[in-house]
Design a protein around this ligand. Sequence first.
Ligand SMILES: Cc1ncc(C[n+]2csc(CCOP(=O)(O)OP(=O)(O)O)c2C)c(N)n1
Ligand SMILES: [Mg+2]
Length: 663
Amino acid sequence: MPQTAPDQSHIRNLANAIRFLALDAVQAAKSGHPGLPLGMADVATVLFSRFLKFNPAQPHWPDRDRFVLSAGHGSMLLYALLHLTGYTDMTLDELKHFRRVGSRTAGHPEYGHATGIETTTGPLGQGITNAVGMAMAERHLAARFGSDLVDHKTYVIASDGDLEEGISHEAISLAGHYRLKNLIVLWDDNSITIDGATSLSTSVNMDQRFKSAGWITDNCNGHDAADVFRALSAAQSAGGPVMIACRTVIGFGMPGREGTQKAHSDAPGEDVVAGTRKQLGWEWPPFVIPDDLANQWRAIGKQGESEFNDWTARKSASNKAQEFDDAIGGVLPPSLAAGLVALKQKIVSEKTDGATRKLSEKALDVINAETKLTIGGSADLTPSNNTKTKNIEPITPADFSGRYLHYGIREHGMAAAMNGMALHGGVIPYGGTFMVFSDYCRPSIRLAALMGAHTIFVMTHDSIGVGEDGPTHQPIEQLAALRAIPGLLVMRPADGVETAECWQIAMQSNSNPSLLALSRQDTILARDSHTADNLSARGAYVLREAPGAKLTLLATGTEVGLALAARDSLMKDGIATRVVSMPCWALFEQQPAEYQRMVLGAPDTARLAIEAACPLGWDRYLGQKGAFLGMHGFGASGPVKDVYAHFGITVEVAVQMAKDLLK
Ligand SMILES: Cc1ncc(C[n+]2csc(CCOP(=O)(O)OP(=O)(O)O)c2C)c(N)n1
Ligand SMILES: [Mg+2]
């Protein structure tokens, strides 16, 4: 660790390189947010030059420190830092094309667009919560592999907005409880948001707020290099998460704008840009960094090389090297798929039925035994979500070697923290709550999909089948709303076999998130013969064929059993009826058109879709002669059977609707 405080004018010069790249890029784009980059440039420079462990030549180094710009609107701060420190994909040209289609420099940092961007930020509060997950993953992997291989920190720059967002409460209390000593938050304490002074809308004592959650707090003058250095030095050996309030001036150096909300966003205009050059003594034209400064920044980018080499040597010498690489690579043993196939076979031969949430626990039993990558959890619904298998132990503040997290009643925080874990790598997070509360996770689920994060959301109690808990607990529009998120695999398995198949898909789909919608109430075994083949992977498939059928019943989850019963009745009446199970629309949409046509049946045949949820989206599968049996409003409280009967989601109604369709 560096011992001597940095020189103020040295840091200021380096920071001004960030400031003018940011200002010139915003001015060139005629849009963007100069306030944060100008305000936090000094803090970021001390962090990157004296503390952050990183190596631009090895951006995926697993033991690098993670840097999260939670206040994603300040994206130019990050882009400038990546460029200056020598990330080869962040060229000067990219900065010149800030906010242009196809550039790596989108309006907010986008995960995957450039190396060094650890997560997508922009929706305030997400980044700091991702960071909690990253720090959690680090602690767990350090417990598993030892500090020789895993010993890094997660640094966050969070703005007033990040800390006003409700999700930050969940993040802060989670991190404090688990005493994540590897997490350091730098709060851009500039007392300004878009509407004006923060005093317009908040009177929280941030120091006390963090302290009460178990954090160590400090503050510094964010424009005094020695003071920032002092606070960051002290944070290195803290016994818990650290929040440093960095007092800064938003838009530092912009005449007429600094210190006010006018600095937050928008290109300030050529006059103000020129005035800023004057005020900060910066004499270089747009996008020009003098050689000596550029070289100093490049040297900062090379500081981590020797640490990287030392780490590589330690890893090579470690008897855990292969296991570590496999964990970071997310490699699943072949025995996992084989175990799930064996489970399917057992379910069929023993004719196992039951609630899919419980059958999901059986699949997880296999998964958690076959791989150490999974970290399960629940937002305080463990006995209902069936997410904790007997073969894994909880993670505790004193022992991170476990693989189960009690997230508390923090659905949103759980979802965003899981994204952080997935992005960190080395673990595959899954976590549960009630399906109806997927709404409480939705912004994070959306970001998981946008980033292609390997996060698995377990949503149980997936319909009016929750019965007596009533309409507040009965998801209606959630399935449709979740299916609308591009890239999210929403899976609603019908029985134990499909549940095992959907888990296999979720485990293997490592570049997109999955969501399992699981029932509270019992299902019947729909798949009466065993196939090693994963039929759910096609999204939909013919569960029961009927030669010459003029009618197909389409259903998902618990309603597949209903469809099968309706089919029995129709067949008795001499009506040849097919049943199609559709566990995952998104995967079905990826199948060849020919397969889709085959599954859905000829265009002139009738189709009845049955799902105890709202009809939105089903019309695309109903064809010319179709109908939908499901929900058209909120649910009602009562025993499951009565609730289904009340809304007419019954075998009798299905049979009658089918017959009407054939008239
Ligand atoms: C969830 C969410 N709500 C609203 C916004 C729009 N927004 C962007 S920045 C911001 C607040 C700006 O204040 P602060 O966070 O203190 O940043 P500063 O202006 O100090 O850079 C808002 C409301 C957002 N990005 N995310
Ligand atoms: Mg602010």
